[in-house]
Write a protein that binds this ligand. Structure first.
Ligand code: NAP
Length: 498
């Protein structure tokens, strides 16, 4: 293959892509480029600009360990502050000239003769030794299949594509969905809208959020690196303990947390009928547990209604529910989440022997530690299958994955012209151990359906343990799990490929 290949192409300039690029650059792999289809960096935090958008992991934990900030304004920072942090990373780490914004990857193909990836973009072809997919797990908005949705006459938009030109003041606004996005939006827009109707399919378990600003003293103390590290560790371990003590299973902790959530509901909602309709019938933890102090009080407002009848159809001027009731609306907001499987498919990857990712994943998304796949040498995924976390900062997973990829880059440096490929046996052993733990997990036994499960009911989204356990397994590339492949020597992987 012609051209002077890069060390590394990273696809996606969100949290994970930037972390990868910074660490690779620092480790001396500076011939790299980040391809980003949008005209700005930020990923999730660029796209989700809805009113109230904020992290539900504290900022001192939801930030990169090697790029700390001491002046976060509050425990749970808002979107703008996180986006500014990410933009700051680009400036501080000199990434601006490695960014190719407004560049869409159309596909990428592994060339066995040269052990290089050929990445086709809408602005030309790039040849690279290593390709990293950092496209985020929750990217593609899921539009619900509601009959008549396309006929709605007023503005209708998804939370991740917020229409900032649409003034909600004095209008009848409908919100479909009661997930993490909706509980942040509803308190923000109620009061502006003439009336807000929230369409709930299933209620969420909600715990108090206790958000608060950091005062001047706290900021000064957190300016001291040892204290900041201690604080970060305490935030991390508090969350790890919940997983260690059984948050990933139906356990005594489940019942305890449910009591806390019920008490929170009782404290904030006086109406017993409303309380009943807001009480989930599945176990806490089966779907993502939400944090909010103002969602329940907002639902008690006279200008807000909670509708729990199923949506029968959307008409040009509102929503009709299964009981025949008509809910007239001027604006319809879809807080209906994301299609998690769509992200990596969009990269249109073709590995060894012309095998595509879609073919490799026809039995479900599958990668060694969520990172590497047999048949796809020198390709690594960040936030790939089974690396989502319900209880802790997903950046702990990202940092372990980045360290894993760096191990691959270092090995390759010592072996010019060759590629690393995960052994099929390592990948299938990892799959078996994850599936075994998932079989007994809260997501399988908690009595709910969720986007964590694919269309066949398999959980290819979450990691079934602590972030620490993941880090121990994935945070280092162990050469015994991989094989070196090269143009002159057909690999063992080729002989044992999946
Ligand atoms: P989500 O958690 O998937 O919630 C989607 C909601 O829409 C659910 O209540 C779902 O009901 C409902 N829904 C979906 N299709 C529907 C249909 N056809 N008819 C009626 N209702 C329908 O989505 P999200 O709130 O956007 O959050 C997605 C993920 O993004 C979160 O889990 C989290 O990982 C991340 N997130 C994080 C933050 C944060 O850090 N603060 C904020 C927002 C999002 P069912 O429950 O019945 O399926």
């Amino acid at each position: 293959m012609s051209g002077n290949p890069l060390d590394l192409v990273v696809v996606g300039a969100g949290f994970s892509g930037l972390a990868m690029a910074i660490r690779a650059d620092r480790a001396g792999f500076s011939r790299l480029i980040i391809l980003e289809k949008a005209d700005r960096i930020g990923g999730t935090w660029r796209d989700n600009t809805y009113p109230g958008a904020a992290s539900d992991v504290p900022a001192h934990l939801y930030s990169l360990s090697f790029a700390p900030r001491s002046d976060w304004s509050r425990l749970f920072p808002r979107q703008g502050e996180i986006q500014a942090y990410l933009q700051g990373l680009v400036a501080e780490h000199g990434l601006a000239d490695r960014l190719s914004l407004g560049t869409t990857v159309r596909g990428a193909t592994y060339d066995e003769a040269s052990c290089l990836w050929r990445v086709e973009t809408d602005r030309g072809v790039i040849v690279t030794r290593v390709l990293v997919g950092a496209v985020g797990a929750l990217h593609a908005p899921a539009r619900p299949a509601l009959p008549g949705l396309d006929r709605f006459a007023g503005p209708c938009f998804h939370t991740a594509e917020w229409n900032h030109g649409c003034d909600l003041t004095g209008r009848r606004v409908g919100v479909v969905g009661t997930g993490a996005s909706a509980v942040q939006i509803v308190p923000e827009i109620a009061g502006d809208a003439a009336h807000l109707t929230l369409f709930q399919r299933s209620p969420a378990w909600i715990l108090p959020r206790h958000d608060r600003p950091y005062g001047a003293v706290a900021k000064t103390l957190l300016g001291l690196a040892p204290l900041r590290r201690l604080y970060r560790a305490s935030l991390f371990w508090r969350r790890e303990l919940t997983a260690l003590f059984g948050f990933t299973r139906v356990s005594r902790l489940t019942a305890g947390a449910e009591s806390l959530a019920r008490a929170h509901l009782k404290r904030t909602i006086a109406d017993p009928d409303l309380r009943r309709r807001l009480t989930p019938s599945y176990r806490l933890g089966c779907k993502r547990v939400l944090l909010s102090d103002d969602f329940y009080p907002t639902l008690a407002r006279p200008d807000v209604s909670l509708v729990t009848e199923a949506i029968r159809e959307v008409t040009p001027h509102g929503v009709v529910t299964a009981d025949g009731a008509e809910h007239p609306l001027d604006v319809l907001i879809l807080a209906t989440g994301f299609a998690p499987s769509g992200s990596f498919d969009r990269l249109a990857l073709t590995g060894r022997d012309g095998r595509t990712l879609a073919q490799a994943w026809r039995k479900g998304a599958d990668a060694f530690h969520g990172i590497a796949m047999a048949g796809f040498p020198n390709l690594f995924l960040l936030l790939g299958p089974n690396t989502g976390l319900g209880h802790n900062s997903v950046l702990a997973m990202v940092e372990a994955q980045v360290a894993h990829v760096l191990g691959g880059l270092r090995w390759l440096k010592k072996n010019p012209g060759r590629a690393v490929e995960v052994r099929a046996q390592a990948q299938s052993a990892f799959r078996a151990s994850v599936d075994a733990r998932l079989a007994d997990s809260i997501w399988a036994r908690g009595g709910c359906g969720s986007w964590y499960l694919d269309e066949k009911g398999r959980n290819r989204t979450l990691w079934p343990g602590t972030a620490t356990a993941y880090r121990r397994g994935a945070g280092r590339l162990r050469r015994r799990d991989y094989t070196l492949v090269g143009p002159l020597q057909r690999s063992e992987a080729a002989a044992t490929g999946p």
